[in-house]
Design a protein around this ligand. Structure first.
Ligand SMILES: [Zn+2]
Length: 435
């Protein structure tokens, strides 16, 4: 098992905690320079100088996505604007974007922590990487690119799209690693099949680093098989990140026992979203993160809205840092349907257990006589002919899993929309009275 910064990655927990405390104190001093955050600290009755133990950080006020949106573009900057060399932001399709700005040191830190991830995932100097995360305002493309170069991999910066060309380049250059969203990975495998390309035989792909959206275990299993990762002795690594924390930041290691978060760069808390107290180890809660390393716009105690289970015990790979062992959903993606919470990832979990169905589906949320309705459009894989009995069985399975009635509609193979970046799986036709 290879390491990028072995001493840091395998640091004993007590030593890691001491590093976290020192860095948190320093970051608290830094964010206290920002007028908005200073006011928050003052209102909470805490001064950075009061933080003497890791327990004391519980008095530090939270930051929410609303704070970041309200403060767009630079309301939460704590460092010096003159030192900023890069700007990224979210797409803002659901409202005002969230921005992140970086100093040279921030970019260097980011590359190094991402290089740890790629190395932990099994990527080596000499690997030929087709980097198909979008370049641009999105953090994924550049975040991956510079870390891959840092390791000494050979990067082919295709960006997203141009699927036939992606496949041609994979053949011509003997690409061994592919990076993009899980959705796009699936789409590339579909086009390969249409073109008569068998990735297990005709390509050399062994690793995929796929992030930017949630991915069920079922989806991962399909990608591993369809793109030939399993055939070549490798596999897909999940990626987790947030623009608010700098971008992609955490990935699976080779043992695939959970997504490692580097505790010397990010302080991890898992809290009950109601009481805001720590949940017992191994139980689900909201992930709350503090950026311990960035200079320009470090965010402390950020409420991610992501529901996760975190394992704080060391990983079989030898790394001591915490791992997200289960990702239950992002609150932003959650739908409230007739009083029941529905995560689109739950639907994918049920659908992809069926080999008859493709990875493409669409959830349509509607309204009839004041009641919310759910319809899932699914399409069969080429050659499969699921019938009425299959539809009935699937409706029962969805009902027992979601605890809500869901109509299943079979649509022709290949008729649902494909995506080059993140998939849009939900069409909400209800009248919008909420923000
Ligand atoms: Zn590990």
């Amino acid at each position: 098992m290879a390491f990028y910064e072995q001493e840091w990655e395998t640091m004993p927990l007590e030593k890691l905690a001491a590093v976290q405390l020192e860095k948190f104190k320093q970051q608290a001093q830094r964010v206290y320079q920002n007028p908005f955050l200073k006011k928050r600290f003052d209102e909470a009755g805490i001064h950075p100088g009061d933080i003497k133990t890791l327990g004391d950080i519980k008095g530090v006020p939270f930051v929410t996505k609303k704070d970041l949106r309200d403060g767009y573009p630079l309301g939460l900057i704590s460092g010096n604007w003159d030192e900023v060399v890069r700007v990224h932001m979210t797409s803002g399709t659901t409202g005002v974007p969230v921005a992140m700005v970086y100093t040279k040191n921030d970019l260097r830190t980011w590359s190094r922590l991402m290089a740890r991830n790629f190395t932990a995932g099994g990527l080596q100097k000499g690997d030929i990487v087709q980097q198909a995360h979008g370049y641009g305002l999105f953090t994924g493309g550049f975040g991956f690119h510079y870390a891959l170069e840092e390791i000494g991999a050979k990067v082919i910066p295709t960006g997203a799209g141009g699927t036939e060309r992606q496949l041609r380049l994979m053949r011509e250059w003997g690409t061994t690693v592919f990076t993009c969203t899980p959705t796009y990975a699936v789409y590339v495998s579909e086009v390969a099949r249409e073109k008569g390309i068998d990735p297990g035989k005709d390509l050399k792909l062994r690793l995929g680093f796929h992030g930017g959206e949630p991915c069920s275990d079922e989806m991962r299993a399909r990608i591993n098989e369809r793109l030939g990762y399993t055939a070549h002795g490798g596999g897909m690594r999940r990626v987790y990140g947030l623009t608010e924390m700098g971008g992609p930041m955490a990935m699976d290691c080779e043992s695939v026992t959970g997504i490692h978060i580097w505790a010397d760069h990010y302080l991890v808390e898992v809290l009950d979203p109601e009481t805001l107290q720590d949940v017992p180890p191994g139980t689900p809660g909201e992930l709350v993160l503090s950026n311990l390393s960035f200079e320009a716009m470090p965010i402390l105690r950020y409420r991610t809205g992501d529901r996760v289970i975190v394992d704080f015990s060391p990983c079989p790979c030898g790394r001591t840092h915490p791992r997200i062992v289960k990702f239950l959903g992002r609150v932003d993606d959650m739908l409230l349907v007739s009083g029941t919470n529905v995560f689109p990832s739950q639907i994918e979990h049920v659908l992809l257990k069926h080999a008859e169905l493709s990875e493409n589906w669409l959830l349509v949320v509607g309204e009839r006589k004041g009641l919310h309705t759910l319809e899932v459009q699914v399409e069969p894989v080429p050659g499969a002919e699921p019938g009425e009995e299959f539809v009935n069985r699937l409706e029962k399975e969805l009902h027992s899993y979601l605890e809500i009635t869901c109509k299943v509609v079979l649509v022709p193979c290949g008729s649902l929309q494909r995506f080059e970046g993140k998939a849009v799986r939900v069409l909400d036709k209800r009248k919008k009275d909420r923000n």
